[in-house]
Each structure stands twice: as C-alpha cells, then as structure tokens.
Design a protein around this ligand. Structure first.
Ligand SMILES: [Cu+2]
Length: 105
C-alpha cells in the first residue's frame, strides 16, 4: 500500500511543475516588460506582480488566459508549451496603456 501512495503524492507536483518562471510587473497601468521572451515548447509559470493601487485583469485571447490581479499583489498563471510566435496580452481594466506581448522563440 505505502508504495502505491508515492506516485499519487507526486502526481499533482508533476502536473503543476513548470519548466521556467518569468515575472511581469504592472506599474502605472503598464506591463513591464511589455515584451516578454520565453522559450517555445516549454511550460511557463507567469508571475504577474501588480504594483498599482488598482486591480488589473491580465487577459489574452491568444494564450486563452484571463485573471484578475488585485492591487499590490501577485497572481500566477501557467502558459504553454507554446509554438514559436507572438501572443498579445492586455490589461482589461486599462486597455489604453496596459498592453504587451509574449514572444515564444
Ligand atoms: Cu476580461
């Protein structure tokens, strides 16, 4: 019995494991950096750090992701593995200024 438990314990860890971690900041309703370079074909843990006093919603149709990041807090998203290419994203609450792109290469 005890040997059976080990894979079950490891299973969630392996699923959640990312190959790389990148950080994106939000400051003055802008993403920094606005162009985020990641490795194609890898699962990426994207940490979004909102340094503003207002919430923002990270959104990307191409990445099929949408997540609200509260004021002065962090949120985590997993993206990929991505094919080489460009994947625009935007801040849904400040679309005029909060724009960026993930470049997978
Ligand atoms: Cu939205």
């Amino acid at each position: 019995m005890k040997y059976l438990a080990l894979p079950l314990l490891l299973f969630p860890l392996t699923v959640l494991a990312a190959d790389a971690e990148v950080t994106l900041a939000i400051k003055n309703n802008r993403f920094i950096p606005a162009e985020l370079h990641v490795q194609a074909g890898k699962k990426i843990k994207l940490v979004v750090e909102n340094q503003d006093a207002a919430a923002e919603e990270f959104e990307s149709y191409e990445l099929n992701r949408e997540k609200v990041i509260a004021a002065n807090s962090r949120g985590t998203l997993f993206i990929g593995p991505l094919a080489p290419g460009r994947y625009p994203f935007f801040g849904d609450f400040h679309q005029q200024t909060a724009r960026g792109v993930v470049v997978a290469e």
